[in-house]
Design a protein around this ligand. Structure first.
Ligand SMILES: O=C(O)COP(=O)(O)O
Ligand SMILES: [Mg+2]
Length: 229
């Protein structure tokens, strides 16, 4: 199958291209340790990734996916500053591209697709991570969770991408692992692909009704490139 009207692919980062949870967990636990707070196992932290650094830190301090509303604002700000410094030091220790992502992105680019990243991760970390994983020159636009005041599931970063790339919603496909990606795409009237291997808070991404749902990154090539098996 091919999608002739699409020529722009908007990719989520964490849980879609990169399994970044081990390093996010490392940085979060170093932060909690500095603050004498209880540490959290990596499996639990996997279920907390997807709403950006501040929410991750708030979940860490709450010891739960549900943020404790009584958390002290100054403590959250202090923890966020500590977390960002730790994460800067461990961006690519254990983080790795999912299977077939590197070859797949190069194939899509060679086939003529324009590629962009729209992540909820702070923007300063995007390029170093891409560089560290051999994808430094693949994307023409990088949008982070703090590029605009709004982040996914708000459609604002997607609208911003359309304007920056000078394309229409119909030309784009949003590809992500989380309901935030699918809801943002739906609000921006952009078709979406949900990938099931990422984080999505332990929930089945198909519940959010993306146009396509795949268990492997490679399936994107079948959808987007003629004559691929
Ligand atoms: O770092 C996060 O919270 C999630 O980032 P993502 O939007 O790339 O999944
Ligand atoms: Mg994600």
């Amino acid at each position: 199958m091919t999608l002739p009207d699409k020529n722009v692919l908007l990719f989520d980062l964490d849980g879609t291209l990169v399994d970044s949870a081990p390093d996010l967990a490392l940085a979060l636990n170093r932060t909690l340790e500095d603050l004498n707070k209880p540490l959290v196992d990596q499996h639990t932290i996997r279920g907390w990734v997807g709403n950006g650094a501040k929410v991750l830190v708030q979940r860490g301090l709450s010891g739960s996916a549900t943020i404790n509303e009584l958390l002290d604002t100054a403590l959250v700000e202090e923890a966020l500053t500590i977390f960002l410094a730790h994460y800067q030091q461990c961006l690519c220790i254990e983080s790795a591209l999912y299977n077939d992502v590197k070859e797949g992105l190069f194939t899509l680019k060679l086939a003529g697709y324009r590629l962009a990243i729209i992540t909820n991760k702070p923007a300063i970390f995007i390029q170093p991570i891409l560089q560290g994983l051999g994808l430094g020159n693949v994307f023409e636009l990088l949008i982070g969770g703090d590029t605009l005041p709004q982040r996914k599931p708000d459609p604002a970063p997607l609208h911003y991408a359309l304007a920056q790339l000078n394309v229409t919603a119909e030309q784009c496909l949003m590809i992500g692992d989380s309901k935030n990606d699918i809801l943002a795409a739906q609000a921006a009237k952009i078709d979406s692909v949900g990938l099931t291997y990422g984080y999505n808070y332990g929930e089945d991404i198909s519940l959010y009704q993306p146009q396509w749902c795949f268990d492997h990154f490679k399936a994107l090539l079948t959808l987007l490139i003629k004559n691929e098996e």
